[in-house]
Design a protein around this ligand. Structure first.
Ligand code: F6P
Length: 321
């Protein structure tokens, strides 16, 4: 291989820049040329290519978002579009592609390999931490920290006013972000798509906690498990004597300066991705298990689902006494 490409796709995640930097510098250290593809798979289609040097990635390890830009490109599901992308890669002389992205990107990466035998490797990057084959995705730690610090502020109001707050966090169909946020901010209740709780049960839990003297509470709701506005309306009706408010954290969770853990993970993944791309014919996703870098075949990644930590769920319950 003489030239590789790198792109970021799907929702941006803190640490994507650090991952690009590591990919570029690792590839250059092997004497490869590196082409950046702007705006993800769409950039492949539109031939938005840019030559990357070591200086192109200077000063970006600490920046959120992605300087290569990203976009959702559902058209990539169409074979004809993928074929045009593949032909553009060929014309550009790109012989392998590092794809930095989340769940949707894993499928796009696999199809590119499966249709055209094109060498790809995936670096999991998403605030949702919803990819099979890694304990942690690039950006997850930062998003948890950002959400926790926002909720710490909300807790001040909850405590001062004796209020109950429902806080909706992102995560798509996965409860991983909500669960870790709930654990770290000392939430009284967490509601995630994997373990739905009937709203009546939440009323019961709040009453039970109030009897023990808990007069303000934080309920973390994963966006995949319902809407904060609806749950708040239900709770307010059932508990008219309480003041219940909600807050949707939204995009505040997706940006910001990557934490040490995110930068370190992104850098390790970036190096590992180039190594495996050069070594293996089949496509892999790089990941981490414990503190070890692991490689999972992309086929396995797209055919399996992540699970949530039952142990963390149990700890949250036990702490809410
Ligand atoms: O995958 C990251 C994420 O932020 C999810 O948590 C959220 O559901 C989704 O992206 C929102 O995507 P978009 O910004 O494309 O609407």
């Amino acid at each position: 291989m003489k030239k590789i490409g790198v792109l970021t796709t799907g929702g941006d995640a803190p640490g994507m820049n650090a991952a690009i930097r590591a990919v570029v510098r690792t590839a250059l250290s092997y004497g490869l040329e590196v082409t950046g593809v702007e705006r993800g798979f769409r950039g492949l289609y539109e031939k938005s290519f840019v030559k990357l040097t070591s200086r192109s990635v200077s000063g970006i390890i600490n920046k959120g978002g992605t300087f290569l830009k990203t976009i959702r490109f559902p058209e990539f599901k169409e074979y004809g579009i993928r074929k045009a992308c593949y032909e553009n890669l060929e014309k550009e002389g790109i012989e392998g592609l590092v794809i930095i992205g989340g769940d949707g990107s894993s499928k796009g990466a696999y199809y590119l390999y499966n249709d055209f035998n094109f060498p790809v490797v995936l670096i999991p990057a998403s605030i949702d931490n919803d990819l099979y084959g890694t304990d942690c995705t690039v950006g997850f730690d930062t998003a948890v920290n950002t959400a926790v610090s926002a909720i710490d502020n909300i807790r001040d109001t909850a405590t001062s006013h004796n209020r109950t707050f429902v806080i909706e966090v992102m995560g798509r169909e996965s409860g991983n972000l909500a669960l870790e946020v709930a654990l770290a901010c000392g939430a009284e209740i967490v509601i995630i798509p994997e373990v739905k709780i009937p709203y009546e049960k939440i009323v019961y839990l709040l009453k039970e906690q109030a009897e023990k003297g808990k007069i303000s509470s934080i309920i973390i709701l994963a966006e995949g498990a319902g809407r904060a506005e609806d749950l708040t309306a239900f709770l307010q009706k059932a508990l008219p004597e309480r003041e219940i408010r909600y807050s949707v954290l939204g995009y505040i969770q997706r940006g910001g300066t990557p934490t040490y853990l995110t930068r370190a993970l992104a850098t390790r993944f970036g190096m590992a991705a180039v190594d495996i791309l050069l070594k293996e014919k089949h496509p892999y996703m790089v990941g981490i298990k414990g503190n070890e870098i692991i490689y999972t075949p992309l086929k396995e990644v797209i055919s399996n689902q992540t699970s949530i930590s039952e142990a963390h769920l149990e700890i949250i319950k036990r702490m809410a006494i």
